[in-house]
Write a protein that binds this ligand. Structure first.
Ligand code: ADE
Ligand code: ZN
Length: 341
């Protein structure tokens, strides 16, 4: 077995993937036709071209205006998980969705959540992959809107919705702006995470951990600018959900051998790999491992450690994590044999 195929076939957990960034080009075209929505080009593949996070977020919004009915949400969740399984042997995902991206267009919270859950259940039934959901604050929203969204998620609570996160452009809107939403979600028992130090200072990580109560950090690359924050996160065992390709594109680290994820690993931080917005960045969870591990010429041991970190960073309970580790160990043993033979 070739090393690239081995990396693709490693069983994986993914904790940083936005369902709205997983729409297949054909699905965007289908939904646009179904709902009579005009797109800037009929060549949907060309829609996914941008150079900055701001351009990206504009397209993110446009593409998602085609997702309206519960069945549309079910379709995108299902296809997204199918792609993860077929392209990267995905076993478990905690998947972001941005409620206000949809509710501000008049879509009901229950339509979003029930639709996504239907799609997740169908994918679990067909492919064995499990998925839980994390509602994301869109940080360019006013704090009052984020709080209302959080309360609405709690009012429409389902077992599958296990966390609150925060995304969109970090630089203009610091995390403390959303303290109240995180407080309410934390008190209600949701897990907490946030995009942080992706496009902002390392102090944002401290704010997310200390003020907002986040349990892990999404991205986190600018942590390297502050040794004290690095030491604290290393000592506290904070996990970082890193995304090589998406940040290579919009934050100017096109060479994965000099991407800050490498220095984070060297500094002893706990990282694992994720696809972020796979179709929008023309990647998938398998390709993230093939490209990042392959281009850096890391050995299988490193790839396996990244995979294990993903399991440990998840919000599964201890018994579920132990079970997943056992299942991964069995699959990996067979892959190790195939790689050697
Ligand atoms: N929303 C979807 N993907 C994102 C990313 N990589 N950064 C910030 N917001 C996002
Ligand atoms: Zn993200």
């Amino acid at each position: 077995m070739e090393y690239a195929e081995y990396l693709r076939q490693l069983p994986k957990v993914e904790l940083h993937c936005h369902v709205e960034g997983t729409l297949r080009p054909q699905t965007v075209a289908d939904l646009a036709r179904k709902h009579d929505i005009a797109l800037p080009t009929t060549d949907v593949d060309r829609i996914y071209d941008y150079e900055t996070i701001y351009e990206f977020l504009e397209i993110f919004r446009l593409v998602n205006s085609t997702v309206i009915e519960a069945g549309d949400f079910a379709r995108i969740a299902y296809e997204s998980l199918e792609d993860g399984v077929k392209l990267g042997n995905l076993k478990y995902r905690e998947m972001f969705f941005n409620p206000t991206l949809h509710t501000t267009r008049g879509v009901a919270m229950s339509t979003i959540i029930d639709g996504l859950i239907d799609g997740c259940r169908a994918a679990e039934n067909d492919f064995g992959v499990r998925c839980r959901l994390i509602a994301d604050i869109y940080r360019q929203d006013p704090p009052e809107m984020a709080l209302q969204m959080t309360q609405e998620v709690l009012a429409n609570r389902r077992d599958e919705v296990i966390g609150l996160g925060m995304d969109a452009a970090e630089a203009p809107d610091p995390p403390e702006k959303f303290f109240e939403s995180f407080r309410v979600a934390g008190e209600a028992g949701l897990h907490l995470t946030s995009h942080s130090a992706e496009d902002g200072p390392p102090s944002n990580i401290s704010t997310c951990l200390d003020l907002l109560g986040c349990e892990r950090i999404d991205h986190g690359y600018h942590i390297l600018e502050d040794d004290a924050v690095v030491a604290r996160c290393r000592d506290d065992g904070i996990h970082f959900t890193c995304c090589p390709t998406s940040t290579a594109v919009v934050y100017g680290w096109p060479d994965l051998t000099t991407h800050p994820i490498n220095a984070m690993m060297k500094a002893g931080l706990l990282v694992h790999l994720n696809s972020d917005d796979p179709t929008m960045f023309r990647t998938d969870i398998g390709k993230e491992y093939v490209d990042f591990v392959g281009q850096n010429e890391y050995p299988p041991e490193t790839a396996k450690q990244l995979v294990r970190n993903g399991v440990d960073a998840s919000w599964l309970d201890d018994a579920e994590k132990a079970e997943l580790h056992r299942a991964f160990d069995d699959e990996i043993a067979a892959l190790d044999k195939a790689l050697a033979g």
